[in-house]
Design a binder for this molecule. Structure first.
Ligand code: ATP
Ligand code: MG
Length: 200
């Protein structure tokens, strides 16, 4: 094939793609808050959530974050986002496999959930990140129906991100966008320690 016909074919393909994309853009006319679920066993769910918080704040919008689980490490994102005016609540107990105390965990989860509920009723918040809330539902520290109700009844323009492994079906059923992060490889499996500034 000559260079000229290769160029012509490329142009035609790109024109077809553009026509398709333009039609989809024209059809996307709704404006609403989006409920996004970031789940799966691969690395990148919390980072994806925090990246979106940064995007929101970068447009002078308001965001709130509730982290439903916390290890012994300080959270790098919190250090910077609080300085930028992001409302932040961290459930204080640590990983549930460390506390091994169901009552203590349930109380901490309920406290964090009451902060989350406030955020989900606050129309001044453009985005709410509920990081690792999926575990609270799995362990039944939170009632899934109550979580679903609060998500459904939030301000209509508010975006919410739910992140964590094994998201409950009742939440994925009402989500608008769902991404599942697949683990192909993880350095930890090869014996590499979690690194400050990269893993937390
Ligand atoms: P990150 O916070 O890095 O975006 P994540 O939110 O997707 O990760 P979590 O399940 O919340 O993943 O796990 C948090 C921690 O566990 C992070 O330090 C991360 O590097 C590590 N991690 C995530 N996925 C895996 C995996 N498949 N194997 C081992 N460690 C993992
Ligand atoms: Mg995470």
């Amino acid at each position: 094939m000559s260079e000229e016909s290769k160029n012509q074919r490329h142009k035609e393909r790109q024109q077809a793609i553009k026509k398709n994309i333009d039609a989809k853009v024209a059809a996307a006319t709704k404006e609403q808050g989006i409920l996004m679920v970031l789940t799966g066993n691969g690395k990148g769910k919390s980072t994806g959530g925090f990246g979106t918080v940064l995007r929101c704040v970068g447009h002078d919008q308001k965001a709130g974050v509730v982290q439903f689980i916390k290890g012994k490490w300080p959270c790098g994102e919190r250090n910077v986002l609080e300085k930028l005016g992001v409302r932040f609540h961290v459930m204080g107990t640590g990983f549930t496999w460390n506390t091994q105390d169901r009552e203590l965990d349930t109380k901490a989860a309920q406290d964090a959930w009451s902060q989350a509920k406030e955020m989900l009723q606050d129309p001044s918040l453009d985005l709410v990140l509920l990081d690792e809330i999926t575990y609270m539902v799995t362990y039944k520290y939170l009632d899934v129906e109550e979580v679903v109700d609060a998500l459904k009844n939030r301000p209509p323009m508010q975006h919410v991100i739910v992140s964590g492994r094994a998201c409950h079906r009742a939440i994925t059923d009402i989500a608008d966008t769902i991404s599942e992060v697949q683990p192909i490889k993880h350095a930890f499996e090869a014996g590499v320690k979690a690194r400050i500034g990269f893993d937390y």
